[in-house]
Design a protein around this ligand. Structure first.
Ligand SMILES: Nc1ncnc2c1ncn2[C@@H]1O[C@H](COP(=O)(O)OP(=O)(O)O)[C@@H](O)[C@H]1O
Ligand SMILES: [Mg+2]
Length: 329
């Protein structure tokens, strides 16, 4: 039994109420081992989510009136045009995806994240729920792919701005994936007090999507992620942008100890597992670095489809699903 299956097994519960049901596109998916496991994980995760008592959280009132771009401080001075053709070629989500399979799958993945972040009905938001870390055990599992797709999905269907931060500072790829150009970013803000966040943010032409590039790298750059400067930075953006989703594309947990430190600042973790490639031991080991994080969701990525056609993925990859994982028995 895989770690994902056991994770699914820990998520007990009944069917969630409408409208939080699996998307039709997902339900119609051809039955595969990975697919059925993920489907079970999603059903159980959503059900268990609705059984949790809401945590009382007092959310401060926003300082400024909302407008289309949000406050000037998050907009930044730079503008960037996303290369949609490049994204499509990589099999990623684009704002015009409509009700395609990939769009439906990301709707399913983002739903519990958004409910945790902003609350829904009688459910209160969780502390720092708008700070979402995307990580995995090892490199290449699809963290950046997942972070970008989630950011695009949320930005194009949300009333609020999404800030996507490239925090995988030694293997940064967000800017390249999106076809943007940038030299400065997070590392510069952390190292040089004269660099203002607004100077290095890129407001993209995808409505409500702003990107913070990783910035100019240097040896041991990853160590900055566990520094007090990073802690202050996360605290700062967390208090300034409480009504925004902030997605951190982070290094893999088994590659750098700093990633687990970063995880402790986040409200939610999206843990990506590459189907049929990442060893169970690696997944278990990586999850053990997240014991202090209450809200960890699993995404099984690159799950092959039975047809092998991969409809629109190009590579023949399928996409997994999302289930919240509890490390407490
Ligand atoms: N679900 C997917 N479908 C198609 N390609 C994918 C998928 N997930 C990842 N990839 C591809 O796999 C490669 C590694 O993904 P990436 O997100 O860069 O990994 P990581 O950020 O974890 O190192 C990239 O070429 C990416 O485009
Ligand atoms: Mg990456």
């Amino acid at each position: 039994m895989s770690i994902i299956e056991r994770a699914a097994g820990k998520l007990g519960g009944n069917q969630p109420p409408a409208p939080y049901v699996s998307s039709p596109a997902f339900d119609r998916r051809e039955e595969t081992d990975a697919g059925s496991v993920i489907e079970a994980a999603i059903e159980k995760a959503e059900a268990s989510f609705y059984q949790k008592p809401p945590e009382p959280v007092k959310r401060p009132v926003r300082q400024s009136a909302p407008d289309e771009d949000g406050p000037a401080t998050i907009v930044g001075s730079q503008r960037g045009t996303v290369n949609l053709a490049r994204l499509k070629l990589a099999g990623a989500l684009t704002p015009d995806a409509g009700r395609s399979k990939i769009a439906e799958e990301y709707r399913l993945i983002k739903r519990p994240l958004l409910v945790n972040a902003f609350g829904h009905g009688n459910t209160a938001p969780i502390p720092n729920g708008n700070l979402i870390m995307v990580t995995s055990s090892v490199p290449g599992e699809g963290k950046s792919f997942t972070a970008i797709n989630l950011a695009i999905s949320m930005a194009t269907e949300l009333e609020s701005t999404v800030l996507l931060i490239d925090a995988d500072v030694t293997k940064s790829s967000v800017v390249r994936y999106l076809g943007l150009e940038a030299d400065r970013g997070l590392l510069d803000v952390l190292r040089d007090p004269s660099v203002q966040l607004a100077d290095v943010l890129i407001k993209t032409d995808i409505a409500k999507l702003t990107v913070l590039p990783s910035g100019r790298g240097f040896s041991h750059a990853t160590e900055l992620l566990a520094s007090s400067a990073m802690k202050d930075f996360v605290r700062d953006i967390s208090s300034r942008y409480q009504d925004r989703i902030i997605i951190f594309d982070c290094p893999p947990l088994l590659a750098t100890s700093e990633a687990s430190v970063l995880a402790t600042y986040m409200g939610q973790i999206v843990f990506v597992v590459e189907a049929e490639r990442t060893p169970q031991e690696a997944v278990k080991d990586a999850l053990s670095h997240l014991v202090d994080c209450e809200h960890v969701g699993l995404v099984l990525n690159k799950a092959p489809t039975r047809t092998g056609g991969g409809d629109y993925y190009g590579y023949g990859y399928g996409y997994g699903g999302y289930g919240e994982y509890s490390q407490q028995q």
